[in-house]
Design a protein around this ligand. Structure first.
Ligand code: CP3
Length: 332
């Protein structure tokens, strides 16, 4: 994993999947009957167990911490719940300066994230050095969009308006999230993670000119301050080719690309992706045919990590996941 992150050709690509632990697995659903999603994140023993479920069953090369990008928002004071069939809901969204002032300072917020440190310590001990351990965090804007909207939103209209009407407020919120995220990733690294993935999932929800002016400087600061040649950063985004051309110059080791963008255009950087997760909902042979095409296209490239272009969908059949992991493991 680390070799691929550092841009080396590997006999076969390492493989893991975004959302590899989750509702498509019976083992996960069983635990979810007893505990809320947030309770599973907060309890290190359970988070550790869930993180390892997919590796035990399918033998991926990397474990990704079981948690959520919104724990940074929660640590700052967001009253967060993940509601069945609805997704995240935040009861006290940030819409003015007084809401922003109510958020706690970064040091206190970081202390509320200590449960992640405990989970990672247990995971590193369990995994040994054979399997990679991945940490992650939400990028400031993707997390801010939930804090401002109060939940998932297709059009992020409140965020759009805040940028126009109160650009200083928007910027101060992103600044605060950036500071916390730098400290949070640093804490994760102190537990020996092999790489950290930054999720800028909603980059494409803003017009590119607005994104570049009001959001990108914060993402750039996050990544520049976290840059370390020995500690790989993976940047995941759903973005178009033009935005990726800009992201390409950031000092990250790996670009994790969404399903609709060609991986081959990014010479000089490791890439991760990008099988459309919907192929895994199709008959197995069809899913494997598409995966084989991708493996063939990427053969010999310097630094390639096999993944989906976005998270595994809850309806996915575990049998197809098994077959896909096996295909990549035997593709040398
Ligand atoms: O990849 C992994 O397996 C690690 C764990 C992980 C989760 N969420 C678990 C989760 C990671 C890395 C995330 C990231 C995340 N969370 C993102 C960025 C990635 C992306 O998908 O674009 C975003 C936008 C969120 C916010 C979030 N959390 C949403 C929108 C939802 C609801 C949508 C859904 O799938 O239900 C969640 C809840 C969530 N996060 C679940 C899981 C396993 C489902 C919770 C449940 O069991 O009900």
């Amino acid at each position: 994993m680390k070799m691929a992150c550092l841009g080396q050709v590997t006999p076969r690509p390492p493989v893991w999947f975004m959302r590899q632990a989750g509702r498509y697995m019976e083992e996960y659903r069983k635990l979810r009957q007893k505990y809320s999603f947030m309770a599973l994140c907060h309890e290190p023993d359970l988070a550790c167990e869930i993180t390892l479920q997919p590796l035990k069953k399918f033998n991926m090369d990397a474990a990704i911490l079981f948690c959520d990008i919104l724990v940074t928002a929660e640590a700052l004071g967001a009253d967060l719940d993940i509601v069945e069939n609805k997704g995240p809901v935040i009861q006290n969204p940030v819409s003015n300066q007084s809401d922003l002032d109510k958020l706690v300072n970064c040091e206190d917020a970081l202390n509320r994230l200590r449960f992640v440190e405990t989970t990672l310590k247990a995971l590193r001990a369990e995994l040994g050095e054979e399997k990679a351990l991945l940490g992650f965090a939400g990028a400031p804007f993707t997390v801010a969009s939930y804090l401002i909207e109060g939940g998932s939103s297709k059009h992020i209209a409140k965020s759009f308006r805040m940028i126009q009407e109160s650009p200083e407020l928007f910027s101060a919120l992103l600044e605060k999230l950036t500071d916390l995220t730098i400290a949070y990733v640093t804490m994760q690294r102190s537990q020996g993670v092999d790489a950290v993935q930054i999720f800028e999932s909603w980059a494409s929800l803003l017009p590119a000119d607005i994104y570049l002016k009001h959001v990108f400087p914060h993402l750039k600061r996050l990544i520049t301050e976290l840059h370390d040649p020995e500690q790989p950063l993976i940047l995941f985004a759903l973005a178009n080719d033009n935005l990726w051309k800009v992201f390409q110059d950031l000092p990250v080791h790996v670009l994790s690309i969404g399903p609709d963008v060609s991986l081959r255009q990014f010479q000089g950087k490791a890439v991760q992706g990008n099988l459309d997760p919907r192929w895994l909902l199709c008959p197995k042979d069809l899913a494997l045919e598409k995966a084989n095409q991708l493996l063939h296209d990427m053969r010999g490239s310097e630094g390639y990590i096999f993944n989906l272009g976005h998270g595994i969908l809850p309806q996915t059949s575990p049998e197809n996941v098994h077959a896909l992991v096996d295909l990549v493991l035997h593709s040398a």
